[in-house]
Design a protein around this ligand. Structure first.
Ligand SMILES: Nc1ncnc2c1ncn2[C@@H]1O[C@H](COP(=O)(O)OP(=O)(O)OP(=O)(O)O)[C@@H](O)[C@H]1O
Length: 669
């Protein structure tokens, strides 16, 4: 114990009593200065403190230092002046002994004070532990940051009371403010930036950028020291003025390398905050930082696993088809030329536009381009521009912020962001609506994207591959496709030959598909007859390799494994197919990779179109107008539904939505 007493006799008396009672006394000081130097030498567990000492400073002045040092003390004084007693109370002594005292009274007071103090320290420790647990619960519960921080603020209230709490979250150059105003015992109003603007008639946003870094530890501000606080936080100044606040504590919490949370507790009363609060915040600093780090790490993990989940979806889609260059079957000159082009351009970041009829292997070539590039270990994201609803394409491509549109409940990253570091394959790019063509062009030019409803620009590193079975130049001429985008995409065009242009590859492909299907179905495959191969080669394959693949798979399915393959249905049974096989003309002008051109091009084309139209109408009648799904016209014709719809559109065949029974006035009827 240390005795701070200027009256020598009393001091000696005290020392004697204490020593005899088993309280070792480390010294006697008669002034403020001497007491501090004794404390510096040896820190006492407790101090007996007189109010009036030698020199200018009093016991009350010393008490303030003791509070800072965290040393408990008991006043021992004859002073009963009211204002002095008020000041004494404010210094939070653990006991008070009135002079003159009896030895018994002194020892009893000492014992009780010591017990109460030890008990209160233990209580405090327990309370602090409970506070930490409550903060962890608040922060790791459900909800967004605004809700979590409100829960955390409520947890603080009994320990560091406040009328207003402002939490600034600084992440690199990005600042977010969360403000809560206490309106009832457990009721808080969330005061966001627009609300501050409305209340103060001042735009608060510019003030954010003027916010300076606060000090490294907790700092207490009162009316006298507010100017320093205002200097650092002009927004804080606005809040203080608007909500008539009188004192504050600012606590910076550095989380990780780049992120800091600034907690500012503000009170309407001038003397709410004390050194005790500062000490409490200091003790809580590490635990809170740990909580925050954990919450941020969880968020990051959740973000990454969501990304991984999305990537997985695509990867699963990917493994369904071949992705290997070697798996592209064919030895024709036309195909070898394509291989040369692929090899040339694969390992660059050049945008490639793959052209060709439906089913010619455009997607396969796109995958080969990716697999032969330096990006092969990164993701290849495919997006089919024809199958997405027009109103969702933008958000699919670029992502959206939460609340960007009705139904955007959560923030979602788009495929461009997902493909970061890898490749994006825009299949059927010719179907992209005009307004999105402008946005795609911007991505290609600036290499940056903006989420729907987002304010920030996100840099991307994505290689773009695109494919279409449309004749894009015609689309440009007819105003359906932007010329500038066309030029951007067609930096390096690769045109795939139709199957009928390379009949020499048909036997190879047929064997390959037959073996593969047999393996898949666990059936033996003993070969194909000469006549079957001839039949395959003669056929015109409007659905190209996809159609061949399907025809062979069907044949393998119905085959018993003991005899050579037979087709499930004859290939010459459609007018559509025969017409095309009779001519070298493409069903869709523009992908002419063959050499010969019929003389009377116009007439042939007209006949061809009429025949095709009749054929499609006949099939549609058979299916009651149904295009998609099993037993639909597309399946019967071995075409993709989108291709069939495209053809119908071209030939002026209207789609009938309600087909049961077919309407008498419709095309189909
Ligand atoms: N040279 C080839 N060797 C083996 N299989 C091929 C070859 N070319 C295409 N295929 C197969 O044919 C089918 C159709 O190919 P793909 O989907 O790449 O065509 P596409 O031109 O992209 O069609 P669409 O324009 O209709 O989307 C796929 O199953 C693909 O694996």
């Amino acid at each position: 114990m240390l005795i701070v007493e200027d009256e020598y006799i009393i001091a000696n008396d005290l020392e004697l009593i204490l020593s005899e009672a088993g309280y070792p006394v480390i010294g006697i000081a008669d002034s403020f200065g001497e007491a501090l130097s004794l404390i510096a030498e040896q820190r006492p567990d407790m101090i007996l403190l007189d109010i009036y000492l030698k020199g200018r400073e009093t016991g009350i002045d010393l008490a303030k230092r003791l509070e800072e040092l965290g040393i408990p003390f008991i006043y021992i004084s004859a002073n009963d002046n009211r204002s002095v007693l008020e000041a004494v109370k404010a210094t939070q002594p653990i006991g008070y002994i009135v002079k003159p005292f009896r030895e018994k009274d002194l020892l009893t007071t000492l014992e009780i004070s010591r017990y109460r103090h030890a008990h209160s320290v233990e209580m405090k420790l327990r309370e602090e532990k409970a506070l930490q647990i409550a903060l962890t619960d608040a922060m790791s519960g459900t909800g967004n940051w605004e809700q979590k921080l409100l829960k955390a603020a409520k947890v603080f209230q009994p320990h560091i009371s406040f009328d207003f709490i402002s939490i600034r979250y600084q992440k690199k150059d990005n600042v977010t403010f969360y403000n809560y105003y206490r309106v009832g015992s457990d009721e808080y109003e969330i005061i966001n930036m627009p609300a501050i603007g409305q209340m103060t008639n001042e735009a608060p946003e510019p003030l954010l950028s003027e916010t300076k870094d606060a000090p490294s530890g907790p700092v207490l501000y009162t009316r006298e020291t507010f100017p320093i606080f205002f200097e650092q936080s002009p927004l804080g100044q606005l809040l203080v003025k608007t909500f008539r606040l009188e004192s504050a504590i600012v606590m910076p919490l550095k989380v990780g390398q780049m992120e800091t949370f600034y907690l500012t507790f503000l009170s309407r009363k001038p003397h709410t905050y004390s050194l005790g609060h500062i000490r409490l915040l200091e003790r809580l600093e590490q635990p809170i930082v740990l909580i925050m780090e954990r919450v941020l790490a969880f968020e990051e993990v959740a973000r990454l696993s969501e990304k991984l989940r999305q990537e997985n979806n695509y990867l699963q889609e990917e493994v369904k088809t071949f992705a290997n260059f070697e798996e592209i079957i064919g030895r024709s000159q036309q195909l070898l030329h394509v291989f040369d082009q692929v090899t040339q351009v694969a390992n660059t970041d050049t945008t490639v536009l793959v052209l060709g009829e439906s089913g010619t292997g455009k997607e396969l070539i796109a995958r080969a381009l990716h697999n032969l590039s330096a990006r092969k270990d990164k993701i290849l994201v495919k997006i089919n521009c024809a199958t997405l609803p027009a109103n969702l394409i933008e958000s699919e491509l670029f992502g959206h912020e939460k609340g960007a549109f009705t139904g955007a409940f959560e923030k979602r990253i788009g495929k461009f962001e997902l493909a970061h570091g890898g490749t994006i394959f825009l299949d059927e790019v010719g179907e992209l609506p005009l307004e999105l063509q402008a946005k795609l062009l911007r991505v290609l030019q600036e290499k940056e994207i903006e989420r729907v409803g987002g304010k920030t620009i996100i840099k991307t590193d994505v290689r773009v591959l695109a494919a279409t079975n449309r004749y894009l130049e015609k689309e440009v001429a007819e105003g359906r496709f932007r010329m500038d985008l066309y030029f951007r995409l067609a930096t390096f065009p690769i045109t795939l030959p139709s199957l009928r242009e390379r009949p020499g590859d048909i036997p190879l492909l047929a064997q390959f598909f037959a073996q593969r299907s047999a393996r898949k179905l666990g059936k033996p495959f003993i070969g194909m007859s000469e006549s079957l191969l001839n039949e395959l080669v003669k056929y015109s394959w409007p659905g190209n390799i996809r159609e061949l693949e399907n025809v062979i798979e069907q044949a393998v399915i119905i085959n018993d494994g003991q005899t050579t393959l037979k087709l499930g249905r004859p290939l010459v049974n459609t007018l559509f197919a025969t017409t095309f096989s009779a001519s070298v003309l493409q069903p869709d002008a523009g992908f002419k990779t063959g050499s010969s051109t019929p003389k009377d091009l116009h007439d042939v084309k007209q006949i061809q179109q009429d025949t095709e139209r009749e054929y499609i109408l006949a099939i549609l009648k058979q299916t009651n107008g149904r295009i998609r799904g099993s037993g639909g016209a597309a399946e019967l014709m071995n075409l993709k539904p989108t291709t069939l719809e495209y053809r119908m559109d071209k030939l002026g065949i209207r789609k009938v939505l309600s087909v049961q029974p077919p309407k008498a006035h419709s095309d189909i009827a």
